[in-house]
Design a binder for this molecule. Structure first.
Ligand code: PGA
Length: 251
């Protein structure tokens, strides 16, 4: 059975005390259906503390927002997958469109990062998604196929079990305009078919595919009710505990 997941991507937000207070508020107010897995993805600054604060909770894990291509050594400013795992995190987000566009991350680099993460016991939340131009030109399926096949399909079937895919159309991220449920379902189904063609039906059925891009408490129920939408990667709305909890309760 694939997991239902709601991931809060804090991006480069929240000072140390603000992050701690957000986690305390989530823990105080949540009455979670144990079948939903929650993942908090704070900045590196918060990762160890948030992992400690939540380590007893089986339904809640933590994630980094990126990891280095390299395992260790003279890479000033970088954080390795092994270091992330040693902080208690179980996941790393890779290939977010903000990293692809602001830091010129390529599918080739993401392929290396994915392997690095998996060999250091992390699960990967691998992001893909098209620009508004690609959507209008109707080239979005090809684009998503190349992101996924170049970034992930070098993995063995057993390693692929550690992959979560997040479909995040760039035109929906932080814009207030989400993909509607039909658009999301269409791409999620396409992604699941790609995984089935590369591996097999069982692996495809067990892969969680999340939707991200202006997902909030007003649209989550509709989006999460689609057959191939297994949860959400939430940016802005994950910074407000009421909103985040409502999204979690949308399952
Ligand atoms: P958003 O961001 O929810 O603020 O649109 C989602 C994301 O970038 O992961």
């Amino acid at each position: 059975m694939r997991k239902k997941l709601v991931v809060g991507n804090w991006k480069m937000n929240l000072l140390r005390n603000e992050g701690i207070s957000l986690v305390n508020n989530i823990l105080k107010n949540i009455s979670v259906d144990i079948s939903v897995n929650i993942v908090l993805a704070p900045s590196f600054l918060h990762l160890y503390k948030v992992s400690k604060m939540t380590s007893d909770l089986t339904y809640l894990s933590t994630s980094a927002q990126d990891c280095s291509l390299n395992s260790n050594g003279s890479f000033t400013g970088e954080v390795s997958a092994e270091m992330i795992f040693s902080c208690g995190a179980e996941y790393v987000i890779l290939g977010h469109s903000e990293r692809r566009s602001n830091f010129q991350e390529t599918n080739r680099e993401l392929r290396t990062k994915t392997s690095e993460a998996i060999s250091n016991n992390l699960n990967v939340i691998f992001c893909c998604g098209e620009s508004i131009k690609q959507r209008k030109d109707n080239t979005y399926f090809d684009w998503i196929k190349s992101q996924i096949s170049e970034g992930l399909f070098h993995l063995s079937a057993s390693d692929f079990a550690n992959i979560v895919i997040a479909y995040e159309p760039i035109w929906a991220i932080g814009t207030g305009t989400n993909a509607n449920s039909r658009q999301a379902q269409e791409v999620h189904e396409f992604i699941r078919t790609l995984v089935e063609e590369k591996y097999d039906k069982n692996i495809a059925d067990n892969t969680s595919i999340l939707y991200g891009g202006s997902c909030n408490s007003a649209n989550a129920i509709e989006l999460f009710s689609q057959n191939d939408v297994d949860g959400g990667l939430i940016g802005g709305a994950s910074l407000d505990y009421n909103e985040f909890i409502s999204i979690i309760n949308s399952f």
